[in-house]
Design a protein around this ligand. Structure first.
Ligand SMILES: [Zn+2]
Ligand SMILES: [Zn+2]
Ligand SMILES: [Zn+2]
Length: 248
């Protein structure tokens, strides 16, 4: 499978509009430091696409049929792009937790078929086996274990750390990649999101590589952040950027 990071930012994206912080100013100078809100695609071995969150308009990035769309949760930074995508010309299934479901998408979803799922549910989509996992966030939020043949990756944002049951479940798997909540800089303690050290320390216990995503402008500027994880985690932890690809 190919893991395609379309959007790797938090709610505000980077640069945040009119913000003059160091992280936003850097992103105005360096194109690779700009971030759209969370949007991830998996391209299967059969060249089919499955989307995980739609934080931005995906039509310029993925103009092919979607086997399915999964939402981690209904916070707006994970669904902004759905309002446009619902006019898609082919009927498309969407799977999401029930908590805080968006009124417009529930009552007027156009060509999107909304299905509610919960932690523990397993679905087969093309060559992928997808398991919904419980996360620790402000509203009901699902992570996903995504398996194809003997390869596995996990998508684990938005979350403050991980619930014990999710951690124990993932420890039994051999993950190539854990895509984790990198909202905040080291030492920032937030009840609903992780800082990069919290996520890195958990993720390296069950994955070959940790990729930090969902990165806010309150985090370090890109170059400092990349240097920080390189020094502290020996290449096992990487900072995602919009357009990043992994062949798993
Ligand atoms: Zn978010
Ligand atoms: Zn800023
Ligand atoms: Zn959220």
């Amino acid at each position: 499978m190919i893991v395609y990071f379309i959007g790797t930012g938090g709610s505000e994206g980077i640069p945040a509009h009119l913000c003059t912080c160091e992280t936003c100013n850097e992103a105005r100078k360096l194109g690779f430091a700009r971030r759209k809100p969370s949007t991830l695609a998996i391209i299967t071995k059969n060249s089919k696409a499955v989307l995980f969150d739609v934080g931005t308009d995906v039509r310029d990035h993925l103009h092919i049929p979607l086997e399915a769309i999964f939402l981690t949760h209904w916070h707006h930074d994970h669904i902004y792009g759905l309002y446009k995508l619902r006019w898609i010309a082919q009927r498309t299934k969407l799977y999401a937790p029930k908590g805080n479901a968006d009124d417009l998408m529930v009552h007027d979803p156009k060509n999107i078929e909304v299905n509610f799922i919960e932690a523990g549910d397993r679905l087969k989509v093309d060559s992928l086996k997808i398991t919904a996992l419980k996360l620790n966030h402000q509203i009901e939020t699902l992570g996903y274990l995504i398996e194809e043949d003997d390869k596995a990756v996990a998508l684990l944002y938005d979350s403050k750390g991980l619930p014990e049951e999710t951690f124990e479940f993932l420890k039994k798997k051999h993950l190539r990649l854990a895509i984790m909540d990198g909202t905040y800089a080291p030492n920032i303690d937030d009840p609903y999101h992780s800082n990069i050290d919290e996520s890195a320390e958990i993720g390296i216990k069950f994955a070959d590589r940790v990729v930090l995503s969902h990165i806010s402008h309150k985090n370090l500027p890109f170059l400092q952040l990349a240097e920080y994880v390189r020094k502290n985690y020996n290449g096992k932890v990487l900072v995602a950027y919009d357009g990043m690809l992994f062949y798993v």
